[in-house]
Structure formats: structure tokens, C-alpha cells
Design a binder for this molecule. Structure first.
Ligand SMILES: NC(=O)c1ccc[n+]([C@@H]2O[C@H](COP(=O)([O-])OP(=O)(O)OC[C@H]3O[C@@H](n4cnc5c(N)ncnc54)[C@H](OP(=O)(O)O)[C@@H]3O)[C@@H](O)[C@H]2O)c1
Length: 246
């Protein structure tokens, strides 16, 4: 597979879970890949080594998405190290389940800073380097559309904001040949939402295909959007949820 040969991708939060699967898949498609991480340097190094062992090119950059300067610097380092930037995958995200009478302003600010402001800053910086054929792919959530359980309002609000930014940026950037899309997973088996975790029993009963998704399945959709076949998709929020919201 070489749909992304010669391209450079930056995946935020690429050390674990969905972001790690996306980084490996884009590398398999021929892209040189930069990943950011905040707390898991060893996991980030594993992703880089796996890509290099398969003959690809990768680099890991420590950049907490809530730190504006770190995010800007990660974009600059990607361009400096790998030579250009074609695909930005805004994947880094945090979740919390806290009902309204218990959620603190600190938690509200943390979710907004990582899931919304970090994505905004990365995109603003990345598009300065992107030309015709550029791709912005945000990882939102079906939580942006649907309140899945009590305590998920703030997380859902961050993902609703991601959908709104996606639509607006598709308009801002379309004339430059850059597409912007929002991939909205349902329950996917990762550290954030393990298939045997506290919400799993409730969630599994609501998923039409009766199982959690795999990170690789989300990565497939991202690879489609990043490649030439996805060129006419823009401004879209695409659910990948096994019929969870059907
Ligand atoms: N799993 C699901 O069911 C599901 C469903 C819908 C949407 N999503 C979305 O998919 C994305 C990935 O989720 P996941 O399930 O793969 O989560 P995960 O297993 O918890 O992995 C999160 C990734 O984001 C990174 N990250 C977390 N905080 C960060 C920060 N402040 N700065 C930079 N990187 C940070 C982590 O890196 P470090 O460990 O290095 O910090 C890790 O690589 C998120 O945006 C999430 O909201 C997940």
C-alpha cells in the first residue's frame, strides 16, 4: 500500500490507543509520521520502533496538547525533521465522567484545553505549512451528538465543539484544496474505554454489532480520508460506531 507515499503526517496523542493505530496505519500507507505524546514516552518509542522496523520513518515529540507553545513547537519540529506536512490527525483527547454537581472548573478547563484548544492550536499552526491536498482529520466522538450516560456533558461538549470547528474549517480551507473532517468513534477498546470497563455492559447492549470497535478499524477510516480517494469528503462528521447511534 502506498496511497501516502511522499506525504508527512502528524498524529497528536500517538503513543497509545486509537492514535497509535492511526500512526502505524498511515506509515503502512507510505507516510512519514510524527506523533506527539504527553505522559507515555516508552509507549511512544514503541510506536516509532514498530514503524521503523516495518521500513517506515517516524519521530516522537513530547507535547502536552494543553500547552500552546508545545503544540506549536511540535508542528514546527515535524516540518523541520520530516520536511513538510500534509496530514494532521487531531487525536489527543481526555475524558472524564462527572455529573454536573461534582464537576470542577479545573476539570472543565482541562478537557477544553486538550480536546478543543489543543486541536485548534495544532490546526492553526499546521495549515500554515499545508498546500493543495492537505488533510485535517479530527477525532471527535459520537458523544458530540448523543448524551450516552450521566456525567458525560463536558466531554460531549468538547466533541460537539470539534464537530463545529470541522464544519467551519472545511469552509475556510476548501479553496486551498485542504479537506477537514471529523471521525466520531463509538466505544473502542482502549485504555480510555476498555471493553471490560465500567461502562462496557451498558454500552455493549446498545451497539448494533454487539461488540466494541478496534483502534485499527478507526485507523482504516482515517487512512481513507487521508488518501486520494477521500478528496471529495469535507466538513463531514462520520460515525464509526457499530450502529451504536443507529
Ligand atoms: N476509546 C473510545 O471509546 C473513544 C470513543 C470516541 C472517541 N474517542 C476519542 O479518540 C481519541 C483517542 O482516544 P483513545 O481511546 O485512544 O484514548 P487513550 O487510550 O486514553 O489514549 C489517549 C492518547 O492521547 C494522548 N494524550 C492524552 N492526553 C494528552 C495531552 N494532554 N497531550 C498530548 N497527548 C495526550 C495519550 O498520550 P500519553 O499517554 O503520552 O499522554 C494517548 O496517546 C480521543 O480524542 C478520544 O476522545 C475514543
Amino acid at each position: 500500500m502506498s496511497t501516502l507515499k511522499g506525504k508527512v503526517a502528524l498524529v497528536t496523542g500517538g503513543s497509545r490507543g486509537i492514535g497509535a493505530a492511526i500512526a502505524r496505519r498511515l506509515a503502512r500507507e507510505g507516510a512519514a509520521v510524527a506523533i506527539t505524546y504527553a505522559a507515555s514516552p516508552a509507549k511512544a518509542a514503541e510506536v516509532v520502533h514498530a514503524i521503523e522496523a516495518a521500513g517506515g520513518r517516524a519521530v516522537a515529540i513530547r507535547a502536552d496538547s494543553s500547552d500552546v507553545e508545545a503544540v506549536r513547537s511540535a508542528v514546527a519540529q515535524t516540518v523541520k525533521t520530516l520536511g513538510r506536512l500534509d496530514v494532521l490527525v487531531n487525536n489527543a483527547g481526555v475524558a472524564a465522567i462527572t455529573p454536573i454537581d461534582q464537576v470542577s472548573l479545573e476539570e472543565f478547563d482541562r478537557l477544553m484545553a486538550v480536546n478543543v484548544r489543543g486541536l485548534f492550536v495544532a490546526t492553526q499552526e499546521a495549515v500554515r505549512h499545508m498546500g493543495e491536498g492537505g488533510r485535517i482529520i479530527n477525532i471527535g466522538s459520537v458523544s458530540g451528538d448523543v448524551a450516552l450516560a450521566p456525567g458525560m456533558a463536558v466531554y460531549g461538549a468538547t466533541k460537539g465543539a470539534v464537530a463545529g470547528l470541522t464544519r467551519g474549517w472545511a469552509r475556510d480551507l476548501g479553496a486551498r484544496g485542504i479537506t477537514v473532517n471529523n471521525v466520531q468513534p463509538g466505544p473502542v477498546d482502549t485504555d480510555m474505554n476498555p471493553a471490560d470497563g465500567p461502562l462496557a455492559t451498558q454500552f455493549k447492549g446498545q451497539i448494533a454489532v454487539q461488540r466494541y470497535g478496534h483502534a485499527d478499524e478507526v485507523a482504516s477510516l482515517v487512512a481513507y480520508l487521508a488518501g486520494p480517494e477521500g478528496a471529495f469528503v469535507s466538513g463531514a462528521s462520520l460515525n464509526i460506531d457499530g450502529g451504536f447511534t443507529a
